[in-house]
Design a protein around this ligand. Structure first.
Ligand SMILES: [Zn+2]
Length: 855
């Protein structure tokens, strides 16, 4: 036996042993209940960072505890492997994206294995591998069959120098290309969309079922879906064309004094009079170059142009001018709005800027609004006026109020109907990139869009392509790949050259793990239905909206295609906090400095001599505060790194890196190692004596109290930090126990190891087997608290004041001196005599009496 705790040796040995024995393989045919523990899979950048380590450690502890608690656990890992960085590496360094990606995966897999994470590597999935993306393509075709995939024109970022489409990440904050520096333009391209809007209401309603999700994530999704209720009303143009609008305030229809259309609205050309044509076209060109964020910014000066035409307000026949303005977007609602300047601030500013009429239709109860005197819109409560059938009704939403009354009136008079509108838009899945999953359709001049037949899947990415970062995507330039016979009529046709958004690849990977090696189908529904939903999903808050929403959407679509029998993919969600570390910042310049170039006792800007601020921020290269997991693992081992991460903060809170606390956990593991090693081989374990001595009773209480506390900490909110504190307390109780030859002590040692096993899996295994056990500690049952050990024996404690006995109170037999004094002080009996006195001294005789000396 080693004389010293040597994590490097222990950890590597046990990792090899577990892999050889298949300890972490997923049990398939078992009567045990299932538990699916999942971490969000990483992008294979090549380097594991502390954020990953935290995420995966949390999930690993949960998986290990559930295994010991008798569940059959699925705990897989894989790679979200398509995406831009690989293509950038190809452009910058001439490495093929596949080679770059697979090398990174190999490197990161080794790093993960060093952390002692209990993954079933037999189920590893890699989204860029043809045996995975074949099924991504198959799912795309299911969407196409369901009428949920379609093409339409949408704006892309266009680099006019490199003549290429840019991803949003390739455009800097000033709107310039990352490569050429050119000012990026907006261009319309025909692109593929998924109709997630068809599921908007379900995605919203089913948030109620997700009571295992953080409230703030549910709220973020709710806001993203952005449901608003109101009415659709059709305005008419003079030529008789329909101009439908959606409004949440149909009660203010009588106050509409103009309409505003998006510059991209299809009727703009028809509505524009010759006199206005030049101004309208110039305005449209300007709008096309702006991003949506710019166009809809609240504080922007209002711009717009009159088309020269008028519309007819259906409620009163009034003629109102039709304008165009870039703050109205084609993708939201109908691309047209009615403007009620008296009661909407943006419309008010627009009316003021262009001298358009303002008409008050809501009067406050306590004053009379005069248009000439108004300096801002009045969006508040009041009573309806100048509104025909609504006059006199209280303004607002609710029974008997104006919005409901307006919807009723519109429906009765055939002028409009009540409806809901959603901010959520269809999901643009097309990317003009190489390193993504090819969209499996062929464009035929005769047959139109033709799906690639299942037998011809996957549509493989061609390998022999050139990466210049200029011109069309490498796929769109490869004529030999593009030109294929139409699968339907056999005539010459062309492949789709767009690839899918990587969010598509990651929106179904959790289904594949249930049947990862299936080469006949996406997954066997029986297996997926048996393992899903995921019981505990763990990942970063940055995925609170898109990834989780797309996954929920995809689950519902596949359910409706008869492939899944559940509504929601993730039962419980834990969003772990960030890992932060000290950074040194000049508060005036905002510059960060590497600690290696500073005097850390008195850090100063090396150039200006100004004192630096020490701030805790998310680890990053640009702030010189990253800590490489490899270094920590090399110095202390994986078990210490895991213990520190779990101990330092509750999982959903941010964690501040602290070398002293890392050192503290290393010392704790050393103490456990010494304690168990000194105890020696199992031998003292045996039947408990019928009558326990007081030290034995006290120790048993400590053991079973630890079991109870830690078990509770590992339910619900996963309070790993307090669980680690309990482990430390139990270790102390064992260290201090006077009954080291008792079977109770042996029980304590083995319990400590079993409770420690999910947290520090290598150390616990090593010590466990050193005690003579033959099977892995990770295959042992989770300890159960013995209720009889937790019953507290009571003894009578004599209360004396100035040496005179005043009576007795019952106290727990295990109470120590300090606790006895506290029980005595707080007792009603003592209070009767000491409440208004100053206590000079307290004499405690353990197990017998407490005597108060008062003035
Ligand atoms: Zn054809």
């Amino acid at each position: 036996m080693e004389s010293r705790y040597n994590p490097a040796e222990i950890e590597e040995r046990w990792q090899q042993h577990w892999a050889a024995q298949g300890v972490d393989r997923t049990p398939e045919d078992s009567a045990k209940p299932k538990f699916y523990a999942l971490s969000m899979f990483p992008y294979p950048s090549g380097n594991l960072h502390m954020g990953h380590v935290r995420n995966y450690t949390i999930t690993d502890v949960i998986a290990r505890v559930r295994r010991m608690q008798g569940y059959r656990v699925l705990h897989p890992m894989g790679w979200d492997a398509f995406g831009l960085p690989a293509e950038n590496a190809a452009i910058d360094r001439g490495v093929h994206p596949a080679q770059w990606t697979y090398e990174n995966i190999d490197q990161m897999r080794v790093q993960l294995q060093r952390l002692g994470l209990s993954y079933d590597w037999d189920r590893e999935v890699t989204t860029c591998s043809p045996d995975y993306y074949r099924w991504t393509q198959w799912i795309f075709l299911e969407f196409l069959k369901a009428g949920l995939a379609y093409q339409k024109e949408a704006a892309v970022n266009w680099d006019p120098i490199d003549q290429t489409v840019l991803a949003n990440e390739q455009v800097d904050s000033e709107g310039r290309s990352w490569r050429s520096g050119a000012k990026v333009e907006r261009r319309l391209l025909k692109q593929w969309f998924f109709k997630i809007t068809d599921y908007a209401e379900q995605l919203l309603q089913d948030l109620d079922q997700l009571d295992g999700w953080p409230e703030r994530v549910r709220l973020m999704q709710e806001n993203w879906i952005g449901k608003s209720t109101g009415a659709e009303v059709v305005f008419k143009t003079a030529a008789g064309d329909d101009l439908p609008i959606f409004t949440t305030r149909p009660d203010t229809l009588w106050g509409a004094t103009f309409m505003v259309l998006s510059p991209e609205h299809p009727l703009v050309a028809k509505l524009t009079t010759p006199a206005q044509a030049q101004a309208v076209q110039a305005y449209q060109a300007g709008a096309a170059a702006k991003s949506e964020i710019d166009r809809t910014a609240e504080d922007r000066e209002k711009t717009g142009v009159w088309t020269g035409s008028e519309a007819i307000n259906p409620v009163d026949g009034a003629k109102i001018p039709i304008w165009i303005a870039d703050y109205v977007l084609m993708g939201y609602g109908t691309g047209a709005i009615m403007a009620v300047p008296a009661h909407d601030q943006r419309d008010f500013e627009f009316a003021k800027a262009f001298d358009l009429p303002i008409k008050v239709v809501v009067q406050p109860a306590d004053q009379s609004l005069q248009v000439e005197a108004m300096t801002e819109a009045y969006p508040h409560d009041g009573v309806m006026v100048n509104s025909g059938p609504l006059d006199g009704i209280p303004a607002g939403k609710g029974a008997g109020q104006s919005v409901e009354a307006a919807v009723q009136w519109l429906e009765q008079n055939g002028k409009g109907k009540g409806m809901a509108n959603y901010r959520l838009r269809d999901w643009l899945i097309s990317r003009q990139r190489y390193w993504g999953c090819p969209i499996p359709v062929v464009h035929c001049p005769t047959c139109g869009i033709v799906p690639v037949p299942d037998a011809n899947l996957p549509v493989q990415l061609p390998e022999d392509v050139e990466f210049s970062g200029r011109g069309a995507s490498p796929l769109a330039k490869l004529e030999s790949w593009i030109n294929v016979p139409c699968p339907s009529c056999g005539e010459p046709a062309r492949r789709e050259t767009d690839t899918m958004d990587t969010f598509m690849c990651s929106s179904w990977y959790y289904l594949r793990y249930a049947d990862a090696r299936n080469d006949q189908q996406t997954f066997d529904p029986a297996k997926t239905n048996a393992w899903l939903p995921v019981d505990q999903y763990v990942g970063g808050i940055e995925h609170a909206i898109l990834h989780l929403l797309y996954s929920r959407f995809l689950t519902k679509v596949l359910r409706d295609r008869g492939l899944l029998n559940f509504n929601e993919p993730f039962k419980r969600l834990l969003t772990q906090g960030m890992v932060q570390a000290a950074a040194y910042k000049n508060p005036t310049t905002g510059r960060y400095f590497a600690p290696s170039q500073l005097d850390l006792v008195n850090p100063k800007d090396p150039e200006t001599g100004e004192p630096l601020e020490v701030v805790f921020e998310k680890m990053s290269k640009s702030k010189y505060n990253g800590i490489d997991p490899e270094l920590v693992l090399g110095k202390y081992g994986a078990d210490t790194a895991r213990m520190f991460i779990l101990f330092k903060a509750p999982p959903e809170k941010d964690l501040e890196w602290d070398d002293a606390d890392v050192e503290g956990q290393f010392r704790f593991l050393n103490r456990v190692w010494r304690l168990v090693t000194e105890f020696g081989r199992a031998g003292a374990a045996g039947l408990l004596p019928a009558e326990l001595s007081k030290p034995e009773k006290d120790l048993r209480f400590a053991i079973h109290n630890a079991i109870q506390q830690i078990t509770e900490d590992l339910e619900g909110d996963y309070q790993f930090n307090t669980a680690v504190s309990e482990l430390m307390k139990l270790n102390n109780a064992l260290t201090d126990a006077p009954c080291k030859t008792s079977p109770v002590y042996a029980e304590g040692i083995e319990t400590l190891l079993r409770l420690l096993a999910p947290f520090a899996p290598h150390l616990a295994e090593d010590l466990w087997q050193n005690l003579g056990h033959q099977t892995s500690i990770h295959q042992q049952a989770w300890p159960q608290a013995d209720p009889t050990a937790l019953v507290v024996d009571e003894i009578p404690l004599v209360i004396q004041v100035m040496g005179k006995t005043r009576g007795t109170i019952p106290v727990p037999a295990q109470a120590d001196k300090q606790q006895l004094e506290q029980y005595a002080r707080e007792s009603e009996l003592a209070q009767k005599y000491i409440a208004d006195k100053t206590i000079k001294k307290v004499i405690v005789v353990p197990g017998k009496l407490v005597n108060f000396v008062v003035e």
